[in-house]
Design a protein around this ligand. Structure first.
Ligand code: 5RP
Length: 218
């Protein structure tokens, strides 16, 4: 079974969590794309969706799924999104697609975060995947110095601008023993918009696709 087939299995299982008559929070990335395509098959049962990126919004719209602005929505029963890494406590590294700020906003409103992953994303300790940090452009060098002081090696994501008009520093080599503490520390650096650690608000459910089937962790 290919990695894409596993991603699709996890994504389609997440359709079971969608609540009829609701607005669905929709994430970003290749696994989320499989979820969007599956959601299209039940679009008449939902009111619409809030997207965590412009690219997901376009894909949802291409299926005729009604889009809502986050500012017009105060209840999202379920948010479905992928992750770059997820640990046993359901804390994650996200932002491989550079969308972590909007992802974190939608996740903050959502009552339930359903994370959809293939088995390769499950780790004992977060940090092998470089941590994406969204940065206001004029603060790039200063934030990079601060991240280096924390023991990381920040690398500018070349040629990439976020949906919010900012830059991404991918931080290699961090030792993440306390994800929630590091999330708060990095968010406290002036010029940081959002970092890709989702520990304060982790997932509520993990649907992990393995060659033996989709496993559920809560
Ligand atoms: C995008 C994300 C994605 O969820 C993450 O990068 C996983 O992507 P994929 O499903 O393509 O493996 O956080 O910002």
């Amino acid at each position: 079974m290919t990695q894409d087939e596993l991603k699709q299995q996890a994504a389609l299982r997440a359709l079971d969590y969608v609540i009829d008559g609701s607005i669905v929070g929709v994430g970003t990335g290749s696994t989320a794309n499989f979820f969007i395509d599956g959601l299209a098959g039940m679009k008449d049962r939902i009111v619409g969706a809030v997207a965590s990126s412009e690219v997901s919004a376009r894909r949802l719209a291409s299926h005729g799924i009604r889009l809502f602005d986050m500012n017009d929505v105060d209840d999202i029963p379920v948010y479905v999104d992928g992750a770059d890494e997820i640990n046993g406590g359901l804390a994650m590294i996200k932002g491989g697609g550079g969308a972590q700020t909007r992802e974190k906003i939608v996740a903050a409103v959502a009552r339930k975060f359903v994370c959809i992953c293939d088995a390769s994303k499950r780790v004992e300790r977060l940090g092998r995947f470089p941590l994406p940090v969204e940065v206001i452009p004029m603060a790039r060098a200063q934030v990079a110095r601060e991240l280096a002081r924390l023991g990381g090696r920040p690398v500018l994501r070349e040629g990439f601008i976020t949906d919010n008009g900012n830059l991404i520093l991918d931080v290699h080599g961090l030792s993440i023993t306390d994800p929630a503490a590091l999330e708060a520390t990095i968010d406290g650096i002036v010029g940081v918009v959002t970092n890709g650690l989702f520990a304060k608000r982790g997932a509520d459910v993990l649907l992990l696709a393995t060659p033996g089937g989709v496993q559920t962790f809560e």
